[in-house]
Design a protein around this ligand. Structure first.
Ligand SMILES: C[S@@+](CC[C@H](N)C(=O)[O-])C[C@H]1O[C@@H](n2cnc3c(N)ncnc32)[C@H](O)[C@@H]1O
Length: 312
């Protein structure tokens, strides 16, 4: 047997290295950029890069103070190229690769921003100045002012009540529901100054809310904990008025199996189709599902937000 193919198989037989090569096939990236996309420490990325460099699968070039790495496919023989095509098609179909592709967009955008900074110093300075003066999320904190001030909103699975606190100044009433005593205690502490918030203990499967009460309901980072999300979305429809809106924010499909043990996740994210099916079967219409841009500093999977109107 040809010894070269054994060496190639040894270099490629690692999930991280194969994900790295999928990224490096399309873009030259620095170690720092690979760390950000793969969410791995620099030592791990450098170790895998060295293996790939030594095996001739990756080339590098210096540009000023940066070093860029790329897949060296043109240097591989016919056999190596066939092996790569087979592996690449398998890796690209995984959820991990899908998450990498989303984070890559953010990383490449940052690179673009850096070059713009050079030419548009004033504009860049303003963004930083606004963040320094008013905080990173100041523009988003103002957005709930678009809500109807007469609304009653349900924050379903409210946790420690951060979203309820954000919404309360802009609407007539917030009903915050959760099953966990500890979470509710923290929510009570956070929300005690806000007289239009009612904190209620209860199950999302049988909400402590009358029929046709809410103008809007939020299920933020909650659905992945539920054995039967479709049933909870049906229950949400019951407590919403006709024409009321539901907002669901959760994770896109991902491969973090460890979240099941660490945080009791039942679902490893949701696809666009799943969310549309859940909403449609509960009688919601005008379903919109939008992937959210990955935050540069975030360590978790990318998120989506869905909204729909209660047709019942
Ligand atoms: C990950 S936390 C998210 C909290 C909050 N929405 C946020 O975004 O910060 C999920 C919350 O859902 C609550 N929860 C999970 N399953 C529930 C159920 N079946 N009924 C009521 N609350 C539930 C948990 O107690 C927890 O507070």
């Amino acid at each position: 047997m040809d010894a070269e193919i054994i060496e190639d198989l040894t270099a490629l037989a690692d999930a991280t290295r194969s994900r790295m090569l999928v990224l490096l096939e399309r873009h030259e990236l620095t170690v720092g950029e690979l760390c950000a996309v793969l969410q791995l420490p620099q030592s791990t990325v450098s170790r895998h890069l060295k293996t790939l460099l030594d095996a001739g699968w990756v080339s590098s070039r210096r540009d000023g103070t940066s070093r860029y790495y790329a897949l060296a496919i043109d240097d591989r023989g016919e056999q190596g190229r066939r092996l790569w095509t087979l592996l690449r098609d398998q890796v690209r179909a995984t959820r991990g690769a899908d998450q990498d592709a989303r984070r890559l967009k953010t990383v490449l955008k940052t690179r673009q921003t850096k070059s713009q900074q050079f030419f548009e110093t004033a504009a860049t300075q303003w963004d930083r100045l606004r963040q320094d003066l008013y905080g990173r999320a100041s523009h988003l904190q103002a957005v709930p002012a678009l809500l109807d001030p007469n609304w009653t909103v349900g924050d379903l699975g409210c946790g420690t009540g951060e979203l309820s606190a954000t919404l309360a100044p802009f609407v007539a009433r917030v009903i915050a529901v959760d099953r966990s005593g500890d979470m509710l205690e923290a929510a009570q502490r956070r929300l005690r100054e806000l007289s239009n918030v009612q904190v209620r203990r209860g199950e999302l499967e049988s909400l402590p809310i009358e029929d046709d009460t809410l103008d809007a309901a939020t299920l933020v980072l909650v659905l992945h904990h539920l054995p039967d999300p479709a049933a909870v979305i049906r229950e949400t429809a019951r407590v919403l008025k006709r024409g009321g809106r539901v907002l669901i924010a959760d994770m896109l499909p991902h491969d973090r199996e460890e979240y099941r043990q660490q945080m009791g996740h039942v679902w490893l994210g949701f696809s666009d189709d799943q969310i549309r099916r859940f909403c449609a079967s509960a009688g919601f219409k005008d379903v919109r599902v939008v992937s959210l841009p990955a935050d540069h500093d975030a360590k978790g999977p990318a998120l989506f937000v869905a909204s729909a109107i209660n047709g019942e």
